[in-house]
Structure formats: structure tokens, C-alpha cells
Design a protein around this ligand. Structure first.
Ligand SMILES: Cc1cc2nc3c(=O)[nH]c(=O)nc-3n(C[C@H](O)[C@H](O)[C@H](O)COP(=O)(O)OP(=O)(O)OC[C@H]3O[C@@H](n4cnc5c(N)ncnc54)[C@H](O)[C@@H]3O)c2cc1C
Ligand SMILES: *[C@@H]1O[C@H](CO)[C@@H](O)[C@H](O)[C@H]1NC(C)=O
Ligand SMILES: *[C@@H]1O[C@H](CO)[C@@H](O)[C@H](O)[C@H]1NC(C)=O
Length: 641
């Protein structure tokens, strides 16, 4: 079988795209099939990379693949590949196009181009079938048993994670193919991508990136699909699915200019529980999220990443020592303190789906915790506890936040403590319990003590339910001054309470962004003063028309959230758990100065705007067509403003 091959003859010529696509091998036009197109694999043995990273697309491999180039550009060429064509022409072409090429357009790649992508990736191209398509007749895959199983597992994050395109906040996909008992309804792709490359190695990611860039396609990246705001889907897109990047290497002594100690090199597809199990096995503590199935080296680290360990060690992104990434030009690079330093700075907090596709991160880890204590309690209104009294109780908790933060505590529904011991945690909580008792709120915490973070985490955090489609979440980072200044404290309590008064729900994390000193990276500066991260949730009836949802959504942003912004005007919000229509997002998510620096890098390394995600750096230069104001779903063509 020949592994040289190819080329997509007139494939790129804008004028003759549809009719002219053929492949030519050694000068002869042939079918694109497995005999003629071999997967692009070039094994570079290097001990520093994960197994998934050893197969790369290099100029040499590409030269073999594209031996015969009949057009002035090649579907799989790197952005700066002189031989493959005039990059500047290619880029100008894309820059001048107002919108990304969309299914049905004359320029949409012919089937043969998709076939070649499939063959080169060794059969890893998937044509999207929405996860609930089996519930409908119109998609041609009706299957009552499968539909039942999808419906009954809808809140299970593992199910969405295992699907190539499903996401756990389906509202921003456009709700165009939800589970139903009415098979006569219509299931459409909506905001789901058209195709997915299930990446198993770096070369697959590079092929997908080059293909999308050279053909002016929208590109999205999906890891687990946990994103709150639809950032892992996009209509008419080619998606890169990173879930198979599961390797974790333990590096007993990892040395950089500024660090010498244990580290984990973690593949892009690793999720929270896998990270913690590995850390437990190696006898170390990793700084990861609270969520069991949330990706670690995907959106979490790229967005900054808050952790039960943050009050002790800082944000997830503060632990990054080095990272591997495929940049928008298709090249695979290492970014660290000494190499590609600006990318290194940006990808520690500056957001996912913006600067490239990360394939792994190497992160600091810490000694095993010998004592990790957890206390869980709940209290609520009752026959003897009025709503106002309940809020006095919440107020008493909020008053204690500076004390808890000073002890590196972490609270999320539960009171979480990583310190000397359970006795300490009881002592720490005693004043609060006394205050609650005085209000007639009697609480008996359930204490437990563990000899590692993993065990405490397992005890403290059950797997969360996902899949809700009739809710919007927003959030704000509240700084310490809001808890120590009496007037500001009152404003803060009133602001938090106002959400519940209006019928909304609240989630709170008593957390800090770390003790410092802080590394110079792109983590939102608002995190550094944070004492409380609060999330507000507004729900509505299932089935509410999107036009109405848009009104509720806009109202929540403008009116519900104004008291939060007024209470903490100089702070910000956490992009990864935020309002899909956050006002002034540049300041709020990134800080004004950091945003300017991030944008300069974005323009430099992604001049064609290959990577787009809602409210990501540079995203305000784009919009998704056909949206209700206030409800930016990803169901529409992506165009330049
Ligand atoms: C139940 C739940 C619990 C959570 N708990 C926490 C928590 O404790 N702490 C916290 O900080 N956050 C938490 N989050 C938020 C979480 O960090 C974000 O949703 C994060 O973006 C998820 O990343 P992912 O890779 O799993 O998801 P995805 O939806 O697959 O990806 C999220 C974003 O990152 C991009 N992306 C993914 N992989 C890559 C990659 N390899 N390279 C480049 N871009 C990539 C995607 O394109 C998308 O824009 C939680 C979310 C949920 C739903
Ligand atoms: C390119 O093809 C030639 C001839 O088949 C082969 O000898 C060489 O190893 C290939 N190079 C790469 C990088 O694949
Ligand atoms: C804050 O509110 C409490 C009661 O809720 C009140 O007693 C106190 O005077 C207020 N403090 C300030 C500074 O406004």
C-alpha cells in the first residue's frame, strides 16, 4: 500500500470546488479509498511526549502526502508552508470572506474531500448524528430502545462525554434535537458541528486544523462538553474531539528555571476523577476542579481553573509548567517558561478554543495531604425557621468567609477543610453553629476525616447532574473587601439575597484564588482578591419558546445581575462559569490590560480567526447569524461583524 499520495486537485480553487475535486496519486486520478490514501502517520519517538503526541504531521510527511499539488494550495498544508502555495493569498482569501463556509454553500467541501480527511485520519471522521436522533423519525435512525436509554440517562455526564458532539448545556446548541416521546417531531443538527475528527494523535488534530483553515470552515473543539455557554459546539463546523488523549505521566522530578519537584503530564482528554486517581496512586495532590467528570487539561485549565485546593496552592492554571499545543497554523509546539513564552502566558487562563488545541499540560503536584477534613450540613426554612431567619443564617456563614479563607478552607454547599485535622474544622465551625442555634437553626454537621485529598474529595463531592435545558447561569467574583467592610457586606448580602427573592437559585464557593505569590499568567486578575465566587441560576418552564427565553435571559443579565455588579464593581466574573451575555466581558473575564495582551497574541497566531468561542478573546469580531438578542446559541452561520 502506497503511503504517498494525494492531492486534491482543484479542490481549493474557489471557482471550481464542487465539480473539480479529485485526488491524484503519482500523477493519476484515482478514487479516494483506503488503497490510495493511507493514514498520515509518522512516529517520532521522544520520551518527553505522551504516546498520543508521538504521531505528528510534519513538513516531511506532508511533502509525501501532497506530492502532486495541482492547485495553488493544499487542503492539509500548514499556514506557512511555502511549497504548498502562497500563504498570503490563502489567508487573504479567508480574511476577505465575511462568513465561514456553511453546509449547502457552493464552497462547502465535496464528499471526496471529507473522504480524504477520513482516510488520512485512519477512519476517524464522524458525520454528526445528534445524541437524541434515535427519538425521531426524520433523521433515519429511529430506535425506541435507544431513545429511552438516552432520555433516562440525560442527566448523566458520562453519556454526553462519550458522544462525539453532545454537550451538557444544550440550550446553546439551540435545543434542535432533544429527547422526546414524539417521533414525528423534527431533529436537526442545529448548533451541532457537521463533522467530527475523533483525534487519537497529534497528526489527526493537525489535519483537521489545516483542513478547516484552508477551506474556511468553522472549527470547534470538544473535550467533555461541560461548557456552560455552548463553546464546544458550532453549526456547520468541523469539530476536533480530544477525549482519547487519556495518558498521564508522573514525573518525579521535573525541572524548569523556576521549579524543581514532582509533576504530572496530563493528556487533554483526562477528566477530574482520572486526574485525582492518578495523583492518589502516585502519592501526590493535584490541583483540579471539584467536578468529577469535568475535563482537566481542556477548558478547565485554559480558563484558569478553580479548585478545592486553590486557597492553598492557587488556581489550576498557576500549576502549569509547560504545555503542548497545535497552533492555528497547524504546527505542534511546546510552550513553557523558555519556549513560545507568549503562548505559555496566554494558555494559562486566557481561555480555551482561542490559541490552538492543547494536547497536554505538565502541572506541579504537591505532597499527599495526611489530614483532609470534610463537614457537610444543610439547613433551610422550616416551621420554626422563617425565610428571613434562614437568610440571617446565610449571613452568619457569609460573615465567616474571611476567617475560613484565612485558613485555606474551601466551601461548596459543604464546608471543606484541608488543614491540621477534623478537630480544627469543628473548632472553626463552632462560632457559626452557635450563631445558627441562636437563630433557631439547628445544624448537626457530618464530619469525616481522610488521609488524602482524593478520599476527602470523593466523600465531599457526588457526581453532579447535567443536561438542564431550561436555565441560565451567571456569576460574579466577590472580593474580600465585600466581607470585611460592613457597608459593603450589607450590600453583598442584599445582592445575593435578591436573586433568591426573585425566585432564582444560588451556588456559592467560599474560595480564594490562592495565597500568592502569583505567577505572571493570563488568569483573570479578579480571582486574586476573591473571597466568594457566586453563581446565580434562573429557571423557566421546559418548552418555553426561545424568543421568550431570550427575553428572560436578557432581563437576567440586565436586571438580576446589576446588584451583583454594583456590589463588586471592580471585580469580574469567571469565564468558564458565567453569563453567556456577560456585559463588558473583556474587563470582566480577562482584566483590561491582560485582554489587550491576549488579543495581540490572538491576532498574531490566528490571523484568519480559525478559533472562535463565545466571549473568548477576539470573539467580538464575529457573530452567529439568526440569533435572538440575549440568547447567543451556536445554531447559525459564523460571520464577521
Ligand atoms: C458539573 C460542573 C462542575 C464544574 N466544576 C468546576 C470547578 O470545580 N472548577 C472550575 O474551574 N470549573 C468548573 N466547571 C467549569 C469547567 O471548568 C468548564 O465548563 C470547562 O470549560 C470544561 O472544560 P471541558 O474541557 O471539560 O469541556 P468542553 O465543553 O469540552 O470544553 C470547554 C471549552 O474548552 C475548549 N477546549 C476543550 N479542550 C480543549 C483543548 N484541548 N484545547 C483548546 N481548547 C479546548 C472547548 O472548545 C470549549 O471552548 C464545572 C462545570 C460543570 C458543568
Ligand atoms: C517519504 O516517502 C519516501 C518514499 O516513499 C520515504 O522513503 C520517506 O521515508 C517518506 N518520508 C516521510 C517523512 O514519511
Ligand atoms: C448592616 O445591616 C445590619 C442588619 O442587617 C445593620 O444592623 C447594620 O447597621 C448595617 N451596617 C451598615 C454599615 O450599613
Amino acid at each position: 500500500m502506497s503511503r504517498r499520495l494525494l492531492l486534491l486537485a482543484a479542490g481549493l480553487q474557489l471557482s471550481s470546488l464542487v465539480s473539480g475535486q479529485t485526488i491524484v496519486v503519482d500523477g493519476t486520478e484515482v478514487d479516494a479509498n483506503a488503497n490510495n490514501v493511507a493514514p498520515a502517520e509518522e512516529v517520532l519517538a521522544t520520551g518527553d511526549l505522551l504516546p498520543e503526541e508521538s504521531v505528528q504531521l510534519t513538513d516531511a510527511v506532508l511533502a509525501n502526502l501532497t506530492e502532486i499539488a495541482l492547485s495553488d494550495a493544499d487542503l492539509f498544508a500548514f499556514a506557512d508552508d511555502e511549497e504548498a502555495g502562497d500563504t498570503s493569498i490563502q489567508e487573504k482569501r479567508t480574511i476577505n470572506l465575511k462568513c465561514k463556509t456553511f453546509p449547502g454553500d457552493a464552497l462547502w467541501p465535496h464528499n471526496i474531500a471529507w473522504t480524504v480527511l477520513d482516510l488520512l485520519t485512519g477512519g476517524r471522521l464522524i458525520k454528526t448524528v445528534p445524541i437524541a436522533a434515535s427519538c425521531y423519525n426524520n433523521f433515519g435512525v429511529f430506535n425506541a430502545a435507544k431513545c429511552n436509554s438516552v432520555s433516562s440517562s440525560w442527566t448523566d455526564s458520562y453519556m454526553h462525554e462519550a458522544d462525539p458532539t453532545s454537550v451538557m448545556s444544550p440550550l446553546y446548541q439551540g435545543l434542535t434535537c432533544m429527547p422526546t416521546t414524539n417521533p414525528a417531531g423534527q431533529c436537526t443538527l442545529g448548533g451541532f458541528p457537521s463533522y467530527v475528527v475523533r483525534a487519537g494523535n497529534v497528526a489527526h488534530i493537525q489535519l483537521a486544523i489545516n483542513f478547516a483553515r484552508n477551506l474556511n470552515l468553522r472549527l470547534v473543539v470538544k473535550n467533555t462538553g461541560h461548557d456552560f455557554n455552548g463553546r464546544s459546539v458550532g453549526a456547520g463546523a468541523l469539530s476536533i474531539w480530544t477525549t482519547e488523549f487519556k495518558s498521564i505521566d508522573y514525573l518525579k522530578t521535573y525541572k524548569t528555571k523556576s521549579y524543581s519537584g514532582p509533576a504530572l503530564k496530563v493528556g487533554a482528554g483526562v477528566i477530574g476523577i482520572e486526574l485525582y486517581q492518578a495523583a492518589e496512586q502516585y502519592g501526590v495532590t493535584a490541583v483540579g476542579g471539584e467536578g468529577m467528570t469535568v475535563g482537566f487539561a481542556g477548558g478547565y485549565l485554559a480558563g484558569g481553573g478553580h479548585s478545592p485546593m486553590s486557597p492553598m496552592y492557587g488556581m489550576g492554571a498557576d500549576q502549569i509548567l509547560s504545555l503542548e499545543v497545535v497552533t492555528p497554523d497547524g504546527h505542534f509546539i511546546t510552550a513553557s517558561e523558555t519556549q513560545n513564552t507568549e503562548v505559555f502566558w496566554a494558555m494559562r487562563g486566557g481561555g480555551g478554543s482561542t490559541f490552538g488545541v492543547a494536547t497536554s499540560y505538565t502541572v506541579k503536584v504537591y505532597p499527599k495531604l495526611n489530614v483532609a477534613s470534610v463537614a457537610k450540613f444543610t439547613f433551610g426554612t422550616s416551621a420554626t425557621v422563617s425565610y428571613e431567619t434562614f437568610w440571617e443564617g446565610v449571613r452568619a456563614y457569609l460573615e465567616s468567609i474571611p476567617t475560613y479563607n484565612a485558613k485555606s478552607n474551601y466551601e461548596y454547599w459543604n464546608i471543606w477543610h484541608t488543614g491540621p485535622g477534623a478537630n480544627d474544622l469543628q473548632a472553626l465551625l463552632a462560632p457559626l453553629l452557635t450563631k445558627l442555634a441562636a437563630l433557631g437553626i439547628n445544624v448537626t454537621p457530618e464530619y469525616s476525616q481522610h488521609d488524602s485529598f482524593y478520599k476527602a474529595w470523593s466523600a465531599g463531592f457526588p457526581k453532579e447532574l447535567v443536561g438542564g435545558s431550561a436555565a441560565k447561569t451567571t456569576g460574579r467574583l466577590f472580593p474580600t473587601e465585600n466581607f470585611v467592610n460592613a457597608a459593603k457586606f450589607n450590600t453583598t448580602v442584599t445582592a445575593l439575597k435578591s436573586i433568591v427573592d426573585r425566585g432564582g437559585e444560588l451556588l456559592g464557593f467560599g474560595i480564594t484564588g490562592g495565597p500568592g505569590p502569583f505567577p505572571d499568567n493570563a488568569v483573570n486578575p479578579a480571582w486574586r482578591d476573591t473571597a466568594l465566587f457566586a453563581i446565580a441560576v434562573r429557571t423557566w418552564a421546559e418548552g418555553t419558546p426561545l424568543s421568550e427565553v431570550a427575553t428572560l435571559s436578557a432581563d437576567m443579565t440586565a436586571n438580576w445581575m446589576q446588584p451583583w455588579r454594583d456590589a463588586a464593581p471592580n471585580s469580574g466574573a469567571y469565564a468558564s462559569e458565567s453569563d453567556v451575555t456577560e456585559p463588558n466581558f473583556k474587563q470582566s473575564f480577562y482584566g483590561t490590560a491582560k485582554y489587550a495582551r491576549l488579543l495581540a497574541l490572538k491576532k498574531k497566531i490566528d490571523p484568519t480567526g480559525l478559533f472562535y468561542a463565545n466571549l473568548a478573546v477576539g470573539s467580538d469580531e464575529w457573530y452567529v447569524q439568526g440569533q435572538y438578542p440575549g440568547l447567543p446559541t451556536q445554531n447559525g452561520r459564523l460571520c464577521r461583524v
